[in-house]
Design a protein around this ligand. Sequence first.
Ligand code: ADP
Length: 485
Amino acid sequence: MRILQVASEVHPYSKTGGLADMVGALSRALARKGHSVDVVTPAYRGVAGRFSGIRPADWRFGLWLGSEWMTGELLRHDVEPGLTVWFLDYPRFFDRVGIYNENQVDYPDNAARFALLGKVALLLARYLEPTPAVVHCHDWQAGLVPLFIHHARVVEGWGSAPSTLFTIHNLAYQGWFPAPQWGLTNLPLSWFHRDSAESHGQFNFLKAGLKLADALSTVSPRYSREICTPEFGCGLEIELLRREYELTGILNGVDYEEWNTTSNPALPFPYSAGALEGKASNKEALQRELGLPLEPDLPLFANISRLTGQKGMDIQLAALRQLLSEGARFQFILLGSGDPVLETAYKEWAQQNKKRVAVRLGFDSGLAQRIEAGADFYLMPSRFEPCGLNQLYSLRYGTIPIVRATGGLDDSVVDVRENPDAATGIKFDEASGAALAHAIRKALAVFSEPSLLAQFRRNAMHADFSWERQASEYVSLYEHLLHET
Ligand code: ADP
């Protein structure tokens, strides 16, 4: 089957979060199952210089974006048999410092940037021979693609138009813009209504995907149920409930070629479930790297994350402060960036507790790997979590996840209360510092019992979240779509 993926970030070319990991790994897994996969994504700053295989595609486009005639070209990277990544090369839009924003401020022309991505995706779907059977669109940045394909199908009579799947990776980001920006679509105003991209008088990219894709999915079963409720639906729960039967939750997988502990150039010391000495060496190396005292017997907690309310960063700070003030003995490492108020709060707290806490602000994929390998426990106190990837990486790295029981965190971690023999982590329910502190106290108890800690690690490291398996679920969904549309 030929599948075209449309996404604003794709690992290893660009990444701000889990979307990139998912699109990169799913595409490769599908190609390895024998499918023909194309991915279209912007050519952000410097990408062509970093990958020697990227070359001009000999394919130029010309199209109207609102009142402006835009011309540009595509680059292509033939990654491996069955997998080609197409880059939308439009430097005025994409040769920038950030992907969506700079210094926490969104680019003012984001609607135009991602409307262009949607239009080019449509052109590519029409250009590719044979035509893709399915166009799989990810998040609001690709939300207009189902609208454009639907329009081409019903107005232009494109009989062989592909089926469309729209995957919501995070409903909290919807791509809201003032209504006049609808002009960027060059579709009639009569198409701007409640059953397409109009929402409360505004232009909402995600809603276009939600209303007009042939099927919908999210990145975990529990999140697919949660978003149909007012608590998690971000105002779209009624719309999602209407399409409940076309909405599937498929947990993300892990690229175990990249996230592995046995042959990983990013890790100083290899290790495995049967030979955990290397993990202790990674812990020591990490403590040294981050300037923490080399204390093998202190449990080391970590978190790598965007610093936002969603991720419960305030909850985490409250819990850890409380525990330190009670005299609990542990170390903690944070790698992340985001909300300046949270950045300052963590920095100041680390300054006051230099022997216990290390905070690194920024984005550093190598350090992220070393933290996963060196830490004993991984904290994820998210208020909501569509899937979450770091708990999956932590499992494979024998770094016990402590997670709030929400979304994909609940789907992927087994708590002692659920199954004492198969427990892989610790879950808590309430989004509060007190509840997280309680869970961390349990972790401290586990750490003090080596045989129990070893059992958690063994269970965690043997859990299988390979893309091999998860990609098959997408294939079933694509096949189902072909029969339905
Ligand atoms: P989200 O996509 O909501 O940010 P996920 O857990 O799904 O959260 O995915 C986050 C991904 O981004 C993971 O691969 C994580 O390791 C990575 N990541 C997040 N922040 C950083 C950072 N500061 N440095 C390196 N990698 C990071």
